[in-house]
Design a binder for this molecule. Structure first.
Ligand SMILES: Nc1ncnc2c1ncn2[C@@H]1O[C@H](COP(=O)(O)OP(=O)(O)OP(=O)(O)O)[C@@H](O)[C@H]1O
Length: 244
């Protein structure tokens, strides 16, 4: 379980997360929605230890992320896919995917390569295993990024606006992969601006507003007129997003 307990985060005088409580249980697909600047990416960065907490605690399967040993264990359970792929440019798709399993999990090279090929096959990129990132489209790079995260066999997948840098066609191809993963029981915590996609695949929706958790509801309740939509800030946000 990912357990976020009264988490606070400030940048100077700017309080970006203000007492956020959230639980993600194995098997859940949870989307974090909210306006730009509401603290969504910061929350993901706090979970994987890229930001230090100013208050509260986060544990991943009982491992505290504010403790170096706990963070190491937490990072083994949690893999993150970022907006900007972050692939190593001098390594092929296959090498990008096998790097961490070989170095961190000590998986034998042959086995890591077989597993990486199976992952590339599952996202329709087996024939591009030897391509360098510069030879791949944005959508293909992001699919390799997803394979790289999955190669660590994480219990939890954190996804931070993974389609924001892609055009609509590439967005569709990446979302199709993520929908398949969600359908196969992978536990995921998403930050996304793709409202319809979030509605389609999430078991729960969380709404952040100015660093506070305004709603944490099963998806159908979030979109119900007497549920999440009854909250003016949420109704306003959804209406604005549907027009953009
Ligand atoms: N490293 C940082 N230093 C100072 N301020 C930061 C830093 N990172 C984020 N912030 C500020 O924290 C607030 C929340 O940022 P965050 O990226 O978490 O929002 P978001 O909800 O993910 O936004 P978006 O949807 O635009 O990506 C913003 O006001 C942002 O400017």
């Amino acid at each position: 379980m990912i357990h976020i307990d009264r988490v606070a985060k400030r940048f100077g005088a700017n309080t970006v997360l203000d007492g956020v409580d959230l639980r993600v249980d194995p098997g859940e697909v949870v989307s974090i929605l909210g306006a730009s600047g509401s603290g969504k990416s910061t929350l993901i960065r706090c979970i994987n230890g890229l930001e230090k907490l100013d208050g509260g605690a986060i544990t991943v399967d009982g491992h505290r992320v504010d403790d170096p040993k706990g963070l190491r264990e937490a990072r083994r359970c949690c893999a993150t896919v970022f907006q900007l792929f972050n692939l190593y440019p001098h390594m092929t798709a296959l090498e990008n995917i096998t790097l961490a399993p070989i170095e961190v999990l000590r998986t034998p090279r042959r086995q890591a390569e077989d597993e990486a090929r199976a992952l590339l096959d599952s996202v329709g990129l087996l024939e591009r295993a030897g391509a360098y990132p510069s030879q791949l489209s944005g959508g293909q790079r992001q699919r390799v990024g997803i394979c790289r995260a999955l190669a660590m066999k994480p219990r939890y997948l954190l996804l931070d606006e993974v389609t924001s840098a892609l055009d609509p066609e590439m967005t569709a191809e990446v979302l199709a992969i993520l929908a398949k993963l969600a359908g196969s029981g992978t536990t995921m915590l998403f930050v996304t601006h793709e409202i319809e996609f979030a509605r389609h695949i999430s078991s729960r929706i969380v709404f952040l507003d100015g660093g506070r958790l305004l709603a944490d509801l099963p998806t159908a309740r979030f979109f119900a007129p007497d549920g999440g939509l009854a909250q003016p800030r949420i109704a306003q946000f959804l209406s604005r997003m549907s027009k953009s």
